[in-house]
Design a protein around this ligand. Structure first.
Ligand code: NAD
Length: 285
């Protein structure tokens, strides 16, 4: 039987520590969150981000823009936030309205305030291994591994999914920490042959029921990133068939209550890290 990695409890602990650390700083860390449009899921995410800021004692600014806001207007707002000394992190909620070019918007955020680590300069720093912050989901997974004393060094790490926000940076981080990394994706011919090799298996495909018990090694660590929403019940489930996989492995994350709360907590941690850097205080990378 596996040990269940409790992301919810760990995230609460991390938020409490962040609050204590933030209270000792010369000024409050500041996060700006921009939402263009009225997508209900995005609205909820933004609301939670602002709530988390309040809980951690941060300064926050929420900027709501109409769905037809022009790219030039949004770029103008980003310029002002880049120059605002109360703001340490700037986040533009994705997805953006269709008429906007995502790359252009992301590249307009100052790399030093790029709290999601999506700017190409920070992607380069990740490849080099020394980015001050990492995208929130991979950062949250690394915190989980650390908290449960799961070593990456020397392990075979298999990543299912290669998106820019989860899969790619997750693999880079595992590589930086001396894992041997294999990336799998939609074009991978025989997924099971590779997933069965994994000491640490991270699954972020968004494909419910993808990973069966027969696809994992005895004693592996399984991290299920996916959040597949059932359109009828509204409930979330992962990519891993939990009842089949859990009896075989040593550690597993539940969905919900695993990676999701950690991703949320890491936005606060990244904001704190950037704030400390802006205040000239040392941070561990
Ligand atoms: P994405 O759609 O951008 O990327 C999915 C990746 O999985 C792609 O690289 C694709 O090639 C691969 N893939 C898809 N089906 C596959 C299959 N059958 N076999 C092998 N590879 C396959 O998605 P994303 O943004 O990386 O998100 C992935 C999942 O993680 C989604 O369910 C998303 O909701 C969830 N997510 C959760 C959190 C969290 O905090 N828990 C954060 C971000 C994303």
């Amino acid at each position: 039987m596996a040990q269940i990695i409790d992301g919810k409890a760990l995230a609460a602990e991390i938020r409490a520590n962040i609050k204590t650390e933030a209270a000792a700083l010369p000024r409050k860390p500041g996060l700006a969150v921009i939402l263009a449009g009225e997508d209900p899921a995005s609205q909820l995410y933004v609301k939670n981000k602002v709530k988390d800021c309040a809980e951690c004692g941060f300064f926050s600014r929420r900027i709501d823009l109409p769905v037809d806001v022009s790219e030039e207007e949004l770029l103008g707002i980003l310029n002002k936030l880049n120059a605002d000394s109360r703001i340490d992190g700037v986040l533009v909620q994705l997805p953006l309205p269709e008429h906007m070019e995502e790359k252009r918007i992301i590249e307009a955020i100052s790399p030093e305030k790029d709290v999601d680590a999506f700017h190409p300069l920070n992607v380069g720093r990740m490849v080099r291994g020394d980015s001050p912050v990492w995208p929130c989901t991979p950062a949250g997974i690394m915190e989980m591994l650390k908290a449960y004393r799961i070593a990456v060094d020397g392990k075979i790490c298999v990543m299912v999914g290669r998106s820019n926000i989860v899969g790619k940076p997750m693999g880079l981080r595992l590589l930086r920490d001396h894992g041997t990394v294999v990336y799998c994706h939609r074009h991978t011919p025989d997924l099971a042959v590779l997933t069965r090799q994994a000491d640490i298996l991270v699954v972020a495909a968004g494909c419910k029921g993808l990973i069966h018990g027969s696809m994992v090694k005895e004693g592996a660590v399984v991290i299920d990133v996916a959040m597949n929403r059932d359109p009828e019940t509204g409930k979330f489930s992962g990519d891993v068939v939990f009842d089949e996989v859990e009896p075989k492995v040593s550690y597993i994350t539940p969905v919900p209550g695993g990676v999701g709360p950690m991703t949320r907590a890491m936005l606060m941690k990244n904001t704190l890290t950037l704030a400390k850097l802006h205040m000239g205080l040392a941070c561990e990378h």
